[in-house]
Write a protein that binds this ligand. Sequence first.
Ligand code: KG4
Ligand code: ZN
Length: 338
Amino acid sequence: MKSSITILAIESSCDETAAAVVKNGREVRSNIISSQIKYHKEYGGVVPEIASRKHIENINQVIEEALESASVSLEEIDVIAVTYGPGLVGALLVGVSAAKAISFATGKPLIGVHHIKGHICANYIEHEKLTPPYLCLVASGGHTHLVVAKDYTHYEIIGLTRDDAAGEAFDKVARAIGLGYPGGPAIERMAKEGNADAIAFPKAKVSDNPYDFSFSGVKSAVLNHINGCKMKGEEIHQADIAASFQKAVVEVLIEHSLMAVKEYQLNQFALAGGVAANTALREGMKTAMEAIGVRFYCPSMVLCTDNAAMIGAAAYYEYQAGVRAGWDLNAVPNLKLV
Ligand code: KG4
Ligand code: ZN
């Protein structure tokens, strides 16, 4: 087997059209991300039809840019990788079709990557010391998973959200208090101006699995608080709401992760997903983990939110494990992690 593997990775599961060239899972040669935020902003969230159309318009250019900026020709690429789920079906299909076409035309092997595995593997890019097993919290717009990474391709899910994902709660609360889309960064900015102890929002516990999450309660509590203020004619303190909400979510994420890392006796912890770009979460989790002697890892901000470098990292390990996709590779919007 070749000792060095260079992967062209494509990601189009939601509202970023992205392509990257990644060598041996950990060396990013290029990482091009074309964000569609400006097209979705006026609608307050991602509009699936617009996402698909923009992916189609941008994908070829993004792929060309990824190759160019890596100074790599298509001939020098060993493997074509693409996110095939979970995500928006029309959005995923654009990346999957592009990857299949390139793979067919060049005869290079094709690998379908699970988006969440990509988020987890983003941690390998900058952290050479990180090797399985470890505990990972993946918190994104669509998922909140607490998983044990058993090796580079196998995961055990120990906790899941029962309702809203953490990022989804950030987005919904941001909309409720009049901040734009995407909500996470807007809440984080606003929270800096507010008092995190101003309002005691609930931290929901799920009775039958201590590692599961529920964020719809805190979201409803924010809406009730806003309605209560309106009815009483009181001023709505956006910054206090943002800070108190962020604190409630971050505390739950940290508490569950601490409990799990102790119970599963793991001495390494990795954070992943778009919500991992939140400084309060990154810093709070780092402090909490290091206080009990657990090594803490987190990707840099640009590798937390959607990108294709993370897909190239995950694909490398799938490739080494012998995984290959056929021409029947299809978009799977609700693809399960295990
Ligand atoms: O991983 P990601 O880019 O896409 C999905 O796979 O869903 O995550 C996007 C989510 C959005 O809900 C966004 O509001 C949230 O991550 N997010 C943040 C921050 N940056 C992005 N949440 C809290 N604080 C942030 N700084
Ligand atoms: Zn994502």
